[in-house]
Ligand binder design. Structure first.
Ligand code: BTN
Length: 269
C-alpha cells in the first residue's frame, strides 16, 4: 500500500462511554477491521497508562481510539506507540501557531506523549494482543486536550497539562471533526511508514521531535530501580538509549523519566 493511502476509517461517535479503548479492545478481539474508530464526547472511566485515570469529562477534548492490524512481528510493537506520537505531532505541526516558523512546536516525550511548550497536550494508550511473534491487533487510544476544560484542569495536572487553544489562534482553531480526521491520517501515515519501511523509517523523525530530551541527563524509575544517563536516542526496538557516566550505553523500556526539574512520565507500551 503506498504511504499516502489510508484505510476507510469507520468512525462510531458516542456521547458517552466508559472508555473508548475498553470498547474497542472488545471489538478488535471480535474481529472488526483495521480503521475502525470509536470516538466519545466524554468518558466516565477514561484510562491512562499504568492503570491511571485519564481526565476526559467533556467534549472540550478529543477522546478516540482506532484499531490497527499490524503485519510486522510483535518485537516491533514498541514502535507502534512511537508511531502514534509522531503521527499526532506531525498533524499538529500543520496548524497555525505550531508550524516550523513558530516559537512553540509539538514535541514528542518518549515514547508517545505530545507536548506543547513543555506541557502535555496529548496522551496515547496503545494496547496490543500478541500471539507468539504475531500482533493480532492494536488499539491506539488518543486523548487530546483541544480546549481547557470549563472547570479548569484538575489540581494534580494543572501545571503539566496544556490545551491546543492556548497555542492556536482562535480564528484558526480547527473543529473537533477536522482535528480527528487530521490526527487519524497522521497516525495512520506514520504506522504505514513503520509497516513499509521498518523502524529506521521512523527513528529519525521520532528523534527529531525529541529535541528537549536528547543529549540531556535524564533519570528513569524502572521496576529495577532508578536508572540515569544522557538520553542518546532510540534503539532498534524503540527503547530509549541512555549513556551512563562511564560512557556505557544501555536501553530503558519503561519507567518514570525525569528531565531537569520537570517530571517526564514514561510508561510501557
Ligand atoms: C496516557 O498518557 O496516560 C494515555 C492517555 C490515553 C487517553 C485516551 S482517551 C481515548 C482513549 N480511551 C481511553 O480510555 N484512554 C485513551
Amino acid at each position: 500500500m503506498p504511504e499516502e493511502s489510508q484505510p476507510f476509517f469507520h468512525v462510531l461517535h458516542f456521547e458517552q462511554l466508559d472508555s473508548t479503548n475498553a470498547w474497542l479492545r472488545k471489538m478488535a478481539a471480535g474481529g472488526v477491521p483495521e480503521g475502525t474508530v470509536i470516538w466519545a464526547d466524554r468518558q466516565t472511566a477514561g484510562r491512562g497508562r499504568h492503570g491511571r485515570a485519564w481526565y476526559s469529562t467533556g467534549n472540550w477534548g478529543l477522546w478516540f481510539s482506532m484499531v490497527l492490524r499490524p503485519t510486522f512481528p510483535s518485537q516491533n510493537a514498541g514502535w507502534l506507540s512511537i508511531a502514534a506520537g509522531v503521527g499526532v505531532a506531525s498533524s499538529l505541526h500543520r496548524l497555525s501557531g505550531l508550524g516550523p516558523e513558530s516559537a512553540v512546536r509539538p514535541e514528542l516525550k518518549w515514547p508517545n506523549d505530545v507536548l506543547l511548550g513543555g506541557r502535555k497536550v496529548c496522551g496515547i494508550l496503545c494496547e496490543t494482543s500478541i500471539s507468539g511473534s504475531a500482533l493480532d491487533w492494536a488499539v491506539v487510544g488518543i486523548g487530546l486536550n483541544r480546549l481547557v476544560p470549563p472547570e479548569g484542569f484538575p489540581e494534580d495536572i494543572r501545571l503539566t497539562a496544556a490545551a491546543l487553544e492556548e497555542f492556536v489562534p482562535e480564528s484558526d482553531m480547527p473543529s473537533a471533526q477536522e482535528l480527528v480526521s487530521s490526527i487519524l491520517a497522521g497516525v495512520y501515515g506514520a504506522y504505514r511508514r513503520l509497516s513499509d519501511g521498518g523502524a529506521d523509517a521512523l527513528r529519525l523523525q521520532a528523534e527529531a521531535l525529541m529535541g528537549s530530551m536528547l543529549g540531556k541527563e535524564v533519570s528513569c524509575a524502572t521496576p529495577a530501580g532508578t536508572l540515569s544517563g544522557i538520553a542518546m536516542g532510540l534503539d532498534s526496538h524503540g527503547a530509549l538509549v541512555l549513556r551512563d557516566a562511564r560512557g556505557v550505553e544501555f536501553s530503558v523500556n519503561a519507567g518514570d523519566v525525569s528531565l531537569g526539574t520537570g517530571r517526564f512520565i514514561q510508561e510501557e507500551l
